[in-house]
Design a protein around this ligand. Structure first.
Ligand code: ADP
Ligand code: MG
Length: 607
């Protein structure tokens, strides 16, 4: 290989150049500077911060606080790289509780902009003013100021044209700065936050409780679609709010995760939340969440990213399980049944789903409920809250209803169905059932699908397969494609309860099926399930196990058009109430809706 340049001698870079290079890591755009300055203010104990920007922060950023301030010696020292008052030893880094600790932010900002810092400690008469341009020499003077600190950053990247070129439009940079301010505002409701951009006051937030701060930031309407969550284990405490499924977001912008008050992005936790919403969200939408995770700083490494935007947990798996369970339980025990409201007048009445809006998501009571779950089991309907909801939905808590099984047994026996509760079938398709405050309408096919799907998942996850021996085993003759597909998924089919054995060229013998398989026209059951499997796979590639369970459930469930006896309907409703997610089928279609008696009363002029 040719050497292009003659080799130079090794030399240590001058400080100003080293700082400029280091700045590239910490400060890439205005929002990074705003974040660093705000974090410094919070570390300084500020009760009130004001952020003023111009041109999305590109020409002007100013952050003022009423924190402890600095004396002249510190105000000069703080611009040196690795100058920090927050840690002195490695042990202190291990249990860091402040935002800063690298001592890089001010040095980096000062290397790539014109910076002025005006700061005063309470016990001093006047403020110190330190000015520094592009990492050059410091100028120190005095001025008047209330106790606290103001840092002004002008012309970011004026001396680094390559960086400047990477900046986007004013609107985009503004958006990023807004996000940075918003994150601080959410995680520190006790601090007053003001944000002014190009002369317009964007945020002016008084100190508040978390719930009130969220209303101030997001508005009443959005907050009414939130469910409060909270849980505490030996490992960590997690608390906050998650969006109801009806409140799916078009982007991931409204996902806030704070680890010990620091905003971070963590794939494990994000995925734990997202997968808890499985099948509940419309395709292409994302959950809204604000989660505060607190743990012993020694169990997590926050020093894995230059702007500390990522963190690494020691026990990643346990964290995943805990967050996933927390969100799942909240979603399943919350009352997420859509209500039916009848709109319009006269004969052409249109029916519409509307998410129920009966409760304000954010209670004003004590901030967080802490629930200790050591088992991590996801059986919300086996919890008192879940049971109560099930009884409420199915009207079982009325005196006339059946005793709800023996204590501890939640899957009710067929015999527990009693005359008296009104249940009827309409058009061999929908089950109507009278409930305490109205009527519940259930789609019989999707309801059964949900029940069978959960049973199938249980079996696929390891419980012993139950199988029903066929009196007359039969031979399946398959196409080459079907044969190879079935060979691939055979272990899963067996786990479900199918007894299938390959038998020579493109044929298999079936001599047992799961007890809840719906034979119908007998031999087609296996090929039908395979067909569905292929179809789902085409629509969206998913886990083999999940797909097998879905295909089996869909093929085996009662169909629209099947007449059901009252006994069968009630059994179905009770089995449905014992599922973890009775409101939606495995494909995300709603299973039930409710017509409130109030709605009927209104329509008939009784209210
Ligand atoms: P770090 O925050 O990692 O310590 P910085 O470069 O952000 O590094 O700040 C250097 C030091 O300057 C801090 O450790 C702190 O002592 C001091 N400092 C910075 N900003 C403020 C402020 N707003 N109020 C009081 N002290 C501050
Ligand atoms: Mg800092």
């Amino acid at each position: 290989m040719e050497t292009v340049q003659p080799k130079r001698r090794i030399a240590v870079l001058p400080d100003s150049l080293a700082n400029k290079i280091a700045a590239g890591e910490v400060i890439q755009r205005p929002d990074n500077a705003v974040k660093e300055l705000l974090e410094n203010s919070l570390d300084a104990g500020a009760r009130s911060v004001v952020v003023v920007i111009k041109d999305g922060g590109m020409s002007f950023i100013q952050v003022s606080d009423d924190g402890v301030g600095m004396d002249e010696q510190d105000a000069v020292a703080c611009f040196q790289r690795h100058a920090t008052s927050k840690i002195a030893t490695y042990e202190e880094l291990e249990e860091i509780r402040t935002f800063g600790f690298r001592g890089e932010a001010l040095a980096s900002i000062a290397a790539v902009a014109r910076v002025q810092m005006k700061t005063r400690r309470r016990e001093e008469e006047a403020a110190v003013v330190v000015s520094i341009d592009g990492g050059g020499p410091l100028r120190v003077s005095r001025d008047a100021r209330e106790p606290g600190t103001t840092v002004t950053v002008s012309n970011l990247f004026y001396n680094v044209p390559a960086r400047r070129k990477f900046l986007k439009t004013t609107a985009t940079e503004f958006r990023h700065v807004y996000d940075a301010v918003q994150r601080i505002a959410i995680s520190h409701p006790e601090v007053a936050v003001e944000f002014v951009s190009d002369g317009d006051t964007i945020l002016k937030l008084r100190p508040a409780t978390l719930a009130d701060r969220l209303v101030d930031v997001f508005g009443e309407r959005q907050c009414s679609a939130l469910i409060e969550v909270g849980e505490h284990t030996d490992l960590l405490t997690a608390a906050g709010y998650i969006g109801k499924p009806s409140f799916g977001q078009r982007s991931r912008a409204n996902q806030f995760l704070f680890l010990n008050s620091r905003f971070i992005v963590n794939r494990t936790i994000n995925h734990a939340v997202f997968s808890a919403y499985e099948h509940l969200l419309e395709k292409g939408t994302f959950p809204f969440f604000i989660l505060f995770v607190d743990c012993d700083p020694r169990r997590v490494d926050v020093n894995v990213h230059p702007s500390k935007l990522e963190a690494k947990f020691d026990e990643e798996q346990a964290v995943y399980r805990m967050i996933n369970t927390l969100v799942r339980n909240a979603l399943a025990s919350g009352d997420n049944v859509p209500g039916l409201s009848v709109q319009g007048r006269g004969p052409d009445v249109s029916l519409q789903f509307t998410p129920r809006q009966h409760d304000r998501g954010i209670p004003s009571g004590p901030a967080t409920r802490l629930v200790d779950t050591s088992t991590g089991e996801i059986l919300p309907f086996n919890t008192p809250g879940g049971r109560e909801l099930a009884s409420r939905l199915l009207g079982r808590d009325r005196g006339t209803a059946a005793p709800s099984g023996s204590p501890g047994s939640d899957r009710l026996e067929e015999h527990s169905v009693q005359p008296g509760g009104l249940t009827w079938q309409v058009h061999n398709k929908y089950i109507f059932s009278q409930i305490e405050n109205g009527v519940l309408v259930v789609d019989q096919h999707v309801a059964h699908e949900r029940v069978l799907y959960e049973k199938a998942v249980e079996r696929l996850n390891g419980s012993t397969p139950a199988s029903q021996q066929l009196l007359f085993p039969y031979t399946l003759t398959l196409s080459a494609a079907e044969y190879s597909l079935l060979s691939d998924v055979l272990p899963y089919f067996r786990q479900l309860g199918f007894q299938i054995t390959p038998f020579g060229k493109n044929t298999m013998i079936v001599d047992g099926v799961p007890p809840d398989a719906r034979m119908g026209d007998g031999e087609k059951v296996v090929t039908d399930i395979l067909g569905l499997y292929r179809e789902y796979q085409r629509e969206s590639p998913m886990d083999i196990r999940d797909n097998v369970a879905k295909s089996f459930a869909c093929r085996s469930a009662v169909k629209a058009g099947d007449p059901l006896t009252e006994q069968e309907m009630r059994t179905l409703l009770e089995q449905l109430s014992a599922t973890t997610m009775p409101y939606v089928c495995p494909h995300g279609r709603p299973v039930m809706l409710r017509i409130a008696i109030d709605e009927l009363d209104r329509r008939f002029g009784r209210l």
